[in-house]
Each structure stands twice: as C-alpha cells, then as structure tokens.
Design a protein around this ligand. Structure first.
Ligand SMILES: [Zn+2]
Length: 271
C-alpha cells in the first residue's frame, strides 16, 4: 500500500502534467469502489479546468472548477496517462483532456476512493476531518508528539502508523524511521523522552524527504504517473531485511509482528 512518499511522488507528477489542463469529457465505467462514486461526478467536472493537485495525508485533491475531487489509491489504485484508447481491465474512470491526452484511474482491488466536495472544503469531509498532523509540516514537533503520547502504552511503531496521530506513515517507513532514530519499535510511547521524540521527528522528516527524492519505494505494484518505479527500495536499512546484517553493526536484523504487521529492527542499534 502506498505511503506518503509514494502519494507525494504521484501528486508531483500529476501537478506537473495536469495543472491548467481542461477536461473535455469524463468516462466512469465502474462506480462500486470502496464507496460508490457519486453519480454527479462526471457531469460536475466535465468541461472544467484542473487548477491544482494537492495532497492531504494519502489523499490526492484535484481542484477542478468549483469542486475538489478527493482520490485515495487504496491498495492497488493508480493514475496514469493512457497512450491510446485501448482501456485495460480495471480502468474505472478516465479524463479525456482537450489536448488529446487521457488520464486513467485503474484499481484492480477497488479499495480506492473517488469522491467530490465543494472546492477547498475537503477538511470537513468524513475522510479527512479526523486525520492527524502532516509529518512534513511545522506542526509536527517533539512537544506535540509527547503530548499525544502522554500516559499511553501503545508501542511507538503503532503510534507512528496511527493516522489520527500523524498521517502517511505505514509499515515500511515506520521501521526505517525508528531505525534511524535508534529506538525499538516496541517501546511504549508514554516512556519516550522529549529528546527521543526529537530524534523521531528529525528521522521522520529525513526519511520521508529522501524517499520522495527517490520517487518512493516500489515493492510490488506502485508506479509514479510516468510509470517509473520508486528507487528508495535500494536505501532501506531494515525493512524486509530479516537475518541480514545491520549496515551499522553487522548484527542480524530482527523481525517479528507488532500490531499484526511485520516489523524490522536492529536489537543492538535500537534501544
Ligand atoms: Zn545495528
């Protein structure tokens, strides 16, 4: 499942390719995604111009005319430019642009989301209103995290993956962030010091920025809008490296399920 760096890479590609483009027609082939695509979606955005493509958490926000289209990739969703009129299976929605290009949303497992709100009103939508802080925003601070963690016993890895606390961090980046911060994934959040949270904040920013710079991480099917795979896979320090030597201390990387998700760490480097 894509995490923040993958969605941000897709956003950058879409913004570059799409900003200022006019949608001539919209074809909706399947409405039964995670929730049904609204019936009026196609008529609301046909003939309108895409003014911006923004992101909140792992949601892509297309500002189109008087509306904002909210899209989530779910497990297997993708946005790509089609080179011909030959649709492939699972192409559920397409925008035909006035310049002849065509943008297609494909989603084999159909956990993705396509919905519409009034322009700029996404913050109050049920998908977005309860989301936590953006990890690359100034509000993501050691103090804020310590406040949210106070008195709680949840393992720090689960805490970082809780979208009501901080958004966009999933299983891959949580392991990588905690390795860089030298903190064990099982540490109880209520017992992490302010300087520990400082390490976590700094590591989060560093890992996410580097991953965005590498176009994200492709493990299976994630691709950027231009079809490129993410290159951050080559920089993973612990994720999916069970029993391989730690790059810092050469001791074997440990792996076990925490909160039902595979978790990787170095028992020497991380305390
Ligand atoms: Zn180590």
């Amino acid at each position: 499942m894509p995490e923040l760096p993958e969605v941000e890479t897709i956003r950058q590609g879409l913004a570059e390719q799409l900003a200022g483009s006019r949608i001539r027609a919209v074809q909706l082939r399947r409405r039964d995604l995670r929730v049904p695509v609204p019936r009026g979606l196609a008529s609301a955005i046909a003939g309108q111009t895409v003014e911006a493509v923004r992101r909140r958490a792992k949601y892509l926000l297309f500002d189109i005319g008087k509306h904002t289209l909210i899209s989530h990739l779910g497990m297997t969703g993708s946005w790509t430019f089609a080179s011909s009129k030959n649709y492939v299976k699972h192409d559920h929605l397409s925008f035909q642009l006035t310049d002849g290009r065509e943008l297609v949303f494909n989603d084999p497992r159909r956990f993705g989301l396509l919905t519409l709100v009034d322009r700029g009103e996404e913050a109050t939508s049920p998908w977005i209103r309860d989301l936590g802080v953006e990890p690359l925003s100034p509000e993501f601070t050691p103090d804020a995290l310590q406040r949210l963690a106070k008195g709680r016993t949840v393992p720090v890895k689960n805490f970082l993956m809780d979208q009501r606390v901080v958004v966009g961090i999933g299983n891959i980046y949580a392991s990588e962030i905690l390795h860089r911060a030298r903190i064990r994934p099982s540490r109880r959040v209520g017992r992490i010091s302010l300087s520990g949270w400082g390490e976590i904040v700094e590591s989060t920013r560093e890992i996410l920025r580097r991953a965005i710079g590498q176009g994200g991480t492709t493990l299976r099917n994630y691709r950027a809008v231009d079809g490129e795979s993410g290159r951050f896979k080559n920089q993973l320090m612990v994720y999916d490296r069970a029993n391989l030597p730690c790059f810092t201390c050469s001791v074997e990387i440990s792996a076990r399920a925490i909160g039902g998700r595979s978790t990787y760490w170095c028992k020497v480097c991380q305390k």
